[in-house]
Every structure is written in structure tokens, then in C-alpha cells.
Design a protein around this ligand. Structure first.
Ligand code: FAD
Length: 248
């Protein structure tokens, strides 16, 4: 098991919006943020745009966020493929009940996954060595367990034996073990995640993941996340906050 793992977040799916051709309205955005505007306007048939402040998609969604009409954001979805995060963080991530998850199986996938080294450890040579030594010993013990359990289950049915071997040995693997996960959520649920874990009080790895998710989501649906402010703290950590967030 190697010591280092690098966070990577990719947007792999977003909402495609097809406006009906009989509605006298168009906007200057597309995808999920255009759909959110359409849904909001559909409530009042407000297809005309008399107010300059809400005449653009950015202005309209800003108004939606300000008045808390957040349910229109639930029509639009985004899916992220996240790699290089720890099982410790996925355990916290999956507590968010409006997101959907598909995570790498420890029982089926045999490889040599890396550990995610916490920043205060990675930044210190002595602590990094301590962490690397513990990781190496864990891997050695894991391999010994695999061999021992294989011997013990030698007579059992072949198709399930390898899974039973790995599922028993994985009990030893630490929370820092790297993993991969596909996460789908509507834009309101993604905002709730960012509001909950983007702050200085959140777990460091989860906060950095949350900030990175925000950056990726802004690349595809900028107006739905425009209110979040990214701040670099003096110690190099990044936080995300919004004056408009009223839930999370
Ligand atoms: C700083 C911090 C520290 C934490 N520490 C701990 C800890 O020590 N131990 C621990 O176990 N967890 C901890 N958590 C996790 C936390 O308790 C939540 O499980 C997690 O953040 C998911 O948030 P949520 O339940 O608000 O919302 P989600 O599941 O994301 O749902 C979003 C919103 O939908 C609504 N909602 C969802 N389900 C229901 C429901 N059944 N009934 C009513 N409303 C609902 C709520 O308004 C909720 O805020 C911590 C979270 C943070 C941010």
C-alpha cells in the first residue's frame, strides 16, 4: 500500500434542458441553471422580463437564492466522480440523504490502494515517516491475514471464497484507506453539502473536498453557486461560505 493519494473530482454528468418551443421565453444560460430559471418562472408564467435585476439567468437565480425559493434548484442534477479521498470522509459524505452514491467495493476490487495522508501529517517529515511505517505494517498484516484466511477457508466453495477472504481481511484496513465514489445530487443538495462542510469547523479533508466540489460545480452551473465566497485562510486552508445560505 503506497502512502500518498491525490484528490481528483470530475463532473461526469449534468442536466440537459430542452425548453418547450411554445413558451415565449429564452435565457442566457443552459443546462441545470436554465432549467431552474424555467421552473421558477413557470410558477407565475413570468416569461417576460420587466426587471433588469432578474433579466439574466445570473440575476434570476440570485433572486431565487435571496428569497429562499430553493426547491427550483432540485430539478437540476450534477454527478461527480471523486477519487483520492479516504473512507473516513466517504463515511461523512454518505450521511447526506439527498445525495446518491456508488462506491468502490473493497470486497471485489483487488489492488494496491493508497492511503490519504492528513495535511498536518503530510506537512511534517517526522509524522509522515510515522504514518508511512504504520501504513507499511498494516499492509503486511493485511497480506498475512489474506494468506491465513485463505488457508482456513480452503475447503469452502470457490466462487464466494475470495470475497469472504477479502471481506474478513479488510476489517483491518484503516479509515485513511483511499477510495473512489460517484455522487449524484440535485443543486440544492450540493449547496447543502457545501454549506455544512465548507467552513473552518469542518473536517480538513472533507472541507477541502467540499471546496473542490464547489469549484467543479461552478464550472458547469456557475449561477446556482455564485453566492459562495472562497477564502484562503492564513494557514493555507480554504473555506467556502455564503451570506445567503439559510439551510444546510
Ligand atoms: C461540523 C459538523 C460536525 C459533525 N459532527 C458529527 C458528529 O460528531 N457525529 C455525527 O454523527 N454526525 C456529525 N455530523 C454530521 C451531521 O450530523 C449530519 O448527519 C450531516 O451533516 C448531514 O446533514 P443533515 O442531516 O443536516 O442533512 P442532509 O441529510 O444532507 O439533508 C439536508 C436537509 O434535509 C432535511 N432533512 C433530511 N432528512 C430529514 C429528516 N429525516 N427529517 C427532517 N428533515 C430532514 C434537513 O433540513 C437537512 O438539513 C457533523 C456535521 C458537521 C457539519
Amino acid at each position: 500500500m503506497s502512502d500518498q493519494n491525490t484528490l481528483r473530482v470530475d463532473v461526469i454528468a449534468t442536466t440537459r434542458f430542452t425548453p418547450p418551443d411554445d413558451v415565449p421565453w429564452s435565457t442566457d444560460a443552459d443546462g441545470g441553471q436554465a432549467l431552474a430559471e424555467f421552473a421558477g418562472r413557470a410558477c407565475y408564467r413570468s416569461w417576460d422580463k420587466p426587471k433588469p435585476a432578474t433579466a439574466t439567468n445570473a440575476g434570476y437565480l440570485r433572486h431565487i437564492l435571496e428569497v429562499g425559493h430553493l426547491s427550483v434548484l432540485e430539478h437540476a442534477q450534477a454527478t461527480l466522480y471523486i477519487r483520492g479521498l479516504s473512507r473516513s470522509v466517504t463515511h461523512e459524505l454518505i450521511r447526506h440523504r439527498h445525495l446518491s452514491f456508488s462506491q468502490l467495493s473493497q470486497r471485489h476490487v483487488i489492488d494496491d490502494p493508497a492511503f490519504v495522508v492528513p495535511d498536518p501529517v503530510a506537512d511534517d517529515a517526522e509524522l509522515s515517516e510515522l504514518f508511512a511505517t504504520a501504513a507499511r505494517r498494516t499492509r503486511e498484516a493485511y497480506d498475512e491475514l489474506i494468506e491465513g484466511i485463505q488457508r482456513r477457508l480452503a475447503g469452502s466453495e470457490g466462487a464466494t471464497r475470495s470475497k469472504r477472504v477479502r471481506q474478513a481481511a479488510q476489517a483491518l484496513l484503516p479509515a485513511a484507506r483511499g477510495t473512489e465514489i460517484v455522487v449524484t445530487g440535485n443543486l440544492r443538495a450540493w449547496r447543502q453539502l457545501i454549506a455544512a462542510h465548507g467552513s473552518d469547523h469542518a473536517d480538513d479533508e472533507l472541507r477541502e473536498l467540499t471546496v473542490t466540489c464547489l469549484e467543479r460545480l461552478r464550472e458547469v452551473e456557475p449561477n446556482a453557486f455564485a453566492d459562495f465566497v472562497l477564502t484562503d485562510l492564513p494557514d493555507g486552508r480554504r473555506i467556502a461560505s455564503s451570506a445567503l445560505v439559510t439551510e444546510g
